[in-house]
Design a protein around this ligand. Structure first.
Ligand code: PLP
Length: 372
């Protein structure tokens, strides 16, 4: 707890809902602007938040320019047109989509809709911080199962389930390590998991996965109505700032999730940009190709220098620097490169670096070489 919150004799920690004062608030990473200002640097590159280094889809930008004069209206609370377009693209029924203000809100809604205080959520350790944060808000208890060789340990996660378990959260590709859950593993998991335990498969980075073992997760929902697949427009579609994410799930699950979302959770501009970005297959393809090449380049270069690099299926790379450099994130920061420090993930001597443009990747490697 970060201190007592007493004002005019009122203890706001007492007033708050049970558990909330003990909760950590999300700590955002530093922005380019902040780093420039704090360190007096002119050139700073951010390779920390897995954003699209090519920027937003030009088609989305154009659609936004045209839509800007409509913002006096409330958005369509059902995302009707986006729903239509996305359901066609994914080949799922309209009723199988739930939209949120980013995948983050979808995750929060899963907790808000399904969790009673004391229910547990099984997840990898380390994993995407949202799961734990939203779990705590809902009064749930997060059970972190250590990764095994940087991968979600499916068998151990199944063993961690008990009578209080409401859901299991798996990111694939995993954040922060970039590893996937294979088709065989997913099938094993779906087979073993009791139907009353939800499995949330977070595929924020699915578009970057090239491994032939990567499953077609949507095809399992019909037979496994406890499966919820979560995706986002923040990564490959380059719309992180507009906050659009969604869940694909059985209509029964979707109708529950829809009950807890805010009425107008996805803004007019967000819906319009997402629709346009869906149509912009050229931009997506261009980014995927660039990412694939950059990922290969960084993996080979870092491995060649002796770093412990985890083969990634995402748009970022997780690697260990122990024994090679001290405090790598800070040293990179001082030289104008922002990466994600492993420490808050409970992984000292590790960093997560977002694959950038070829130019950014070369700059990153050149700074790394200077530091060795
Ligand atoms: C980035 C990310 C998301 C997406 O978050 P948004 O709220 O849609 O921006 C979801 N899950 C994981 C694992 C992520 O890394």
């Amino acid at each position: 707890m970060d201190g007592k919150r007493i004002k005019m004799g009122i203890d706001f920690n007492e007033l708050a809902r049970k558990g909330i004062p003990d909760k950590q608030a999300y700590e955002p990473g530093k922005s380019v602007g902040e780093v420039k200002k704090e360190l007096g640097l002119l050139n700073v590159i951010k390779m920390a938040s897995n954003e699209n280094p090519l920027g937003p889809s030009p088609r989305a930008v154009k659609a936004l320019e045209q839509a800007i004069s409509t913002i006096h209206s409330y958005p369509n609370g059902k995302c009707t047109e986006l729903r239509e377009k996305l359901s066609g693209k994914l080949g799922v029924d309209h009723g199988m989509l739930h939209f949120g203000s980013g995948a983050d809100e979808v995750i929060a809604s899963i907790f808000n809709a399904f969790f009673n205080p004391g229910d547990t959520a099984v997840m990898g350790k380390p994993t995407f911080s949202s799961y734990e944060l939203s779990c705590a808000t809902a009064g749930g208890i997060a059970i972190g199962v250590p990764l095994r060789e940087y991968r979600n340990d499916i068998e151990a996660m199944i063993e961690a389930i008990d009578d209080n378990t409401k859901a299991m959260f798996i990111a694939s590709p995993h954040n922060p390590t970039g590893t996937i859950v294979t088709k065989d593993e997913l099938e094993f998991l779906l087979e073993k998991l009791p139907l009353q335990v939800l499995i949330v498969l977070d595929e924020a980075y699915c578009e970057f996965a090239e491994d032939s073992q990567y499953p077609d997760s949507l095809s399992y929902i019909d037979q496994h109505p406890n499966l919820i697949v979560v995706r986002t427009f923040s990564k490959v579609y380059g719309l992180a700032g507009l906050r659009v994410g969604y869940a694909v799930a059985s209509p029964e699950v979707v109708s529950i999730l829809d009950k807890v979302k805010l009425a107008f959770n996805v803004t007019i501009l967000s819906q319009i940009a997402a629709e346009a970005a869906l149509d912009d297959e050229d931009s997506v393809e261009k980014y995927r190709r660039m990412n694939s090449e950059g990922r290969k380049y960084l993996t080979e270069e870092l491995t060649g220098l002796g770093f412990e690099v985890v083969p990634s299926q995402a748009n970022f790379i997780w690697f260990g620097y122990g024994g090679l450099v001290d405090d790598l994130p800070q040293k990179l920061l001082e030289r104008g490169i922002i990466v994600r420090d492993g420490n808050p993930f409970g992984a000292p001597d590790h960093v997560r670096v977002t694959v950038g443009t070829p130019e950014q990747n070369r700059e990153f490697m050149s700074v790394i070489k200077q530091l060795l």
